[in-house]
Design a protein around this ligand. Structure first.
Ligand SMILES: C[S@@+](CC[C@H](N)C(=O)[O-])C[C@H]1O[C@@H](n2cnc3c(N)ncnc32)[C@H](O)[C@@H]1O
Length: 290
């Protein structure tokens, strides 16, 4: 899928079937794309929490430095960044399009205000509860065990997609809080990524496949175009193509796009994970038609 203007400086880094990746700064790349062509954006921007402190990983004390991209430049510069990338996203979104943003308290309040400054219309905030969150080492605070996701529409008057039946009646076995046959609520219990999701290498802030699958099935239709401006290991892309959607991912770290490609190319192998996802997709399609 070639989506950039003919005179754009950016060519895709990788493009196969419904999966395209662009290497570079997301604001520059988004500004070189056409207007109003994307149905949904999932954005997992830097949380800017790499501050020299420590956390617990697999029982060991490790630095929270995720990478230079997560250092930030202070509250004011971070806020300006959130305003700018959200502005660039709004330009490419269709009138009825929606955006999801994930974050913790380090970033999510700034992102919420930046959404309002850009005149998006907030639809929900979701508390993503991680039942297997790492313990707190200092024992001086509560253990951080959730992230917040904001879901917003480009335009106040837009008509966004919400697959209500599927959310209510789908098979959400991974979520101990979801009661069968009842409405999907705004607190989701989903474990952090499984080891099998990291078999091609690790991204320090990789999102679980099941989280992205739910977001995509809730808020898009088959063949929709989904864009992720901070793609990382492209969890969004895998969930998109496995559910019959198109994917465009952007990241400014080549190694993360290379990891994304390995994950995407593995989808052609019919391992247990992929087979399960295909089954889920068929069932989801039946429910949507009810
Ligand atoms: C929080 S991580 C996203 C992880 C992803 N959701 C996943 O499941 O793997 C944020 C990503 O944004 C990328 N990034 C940071 N600043 C960027 C920028 N200005 N343009 C494009 N990518 C950027 C980083 O390289 C990093 O991979």
């Amino acid at each position: 899928m070639q989506v950039l203007k003919k005179d754009a400086n950016y060519q895709s880094y990788y493009s196969k079937d419904d999966f395209s990746l662009y290497l570079g700064d997301c604001i520059e790349i988004l500004n070189s794309m056409p207007e109003n062509f994307v149905d949904m954006i999932f954005a997992d921007p830097p949380y800017f929490l790499s501050n020299g402190s420590f956390t617990c990983h697999a029982g060991r004390r490790v630095s929270v430095k995720k990478g230079n991209w997560d250092l930030g430049g202070g509250a004011s510069a971070n806020f300006d960044f959130h305003i700018e990338w959200l502005k660039a996203c709004k330009r490419v979104l269709k009138q009825n399009g929606t955006i999801w943003i994930s974050g913790t308290y380090h970033s999510i309040y700034q992102c919420g205000t930046a959404l309002e400054i850009n005149n998006y219309h907030i639809l929900n905030d979701i508390a993503w509860f991680k039942p297997n969150a790492a313990p707190n080492l200092s024992c001086r605070f509560f253990t951080a065990s959730h992230e917040t996701l904001i879901w917003a529409r480009k335009d106040k008057k837009g008509k966004h997609t919400f697959n209500y039946n599927l959310m209510r009646n789908g098979d959400w076995a991974e979520d101990s809080l979801k009661k069968e046959g009842l409405q999907m609520r705004s607190v989701w219990s989903i474990p952090t990524p499984k080891q099998s999701e990291k078999k091609f290498g690790k991204h320090p802030t990789q999102k679980p496949f099941n989280l992205l699958r739910r977001i995509i099935l809730a808020s898009t239709k088959e063949k929709d175009i989904i864009l992720d401006p901070f793609a990382g290991s492209s969890t969004t892309g895998l969930a998109a193509v496995l559910n019959g959607r198109h994917f465009i991912g952007i990241d400014n770290e080549k190694s993360y796009l290379d990891l994304s490609i390995k994950r995407f190319e593995n989808l052609k192998q019919t391992d247990e994970e992929t087979a399960l996802n295909k089954l889920f997709y068929k069932k989801a399609n039946r429910l949507k038609l009810k």
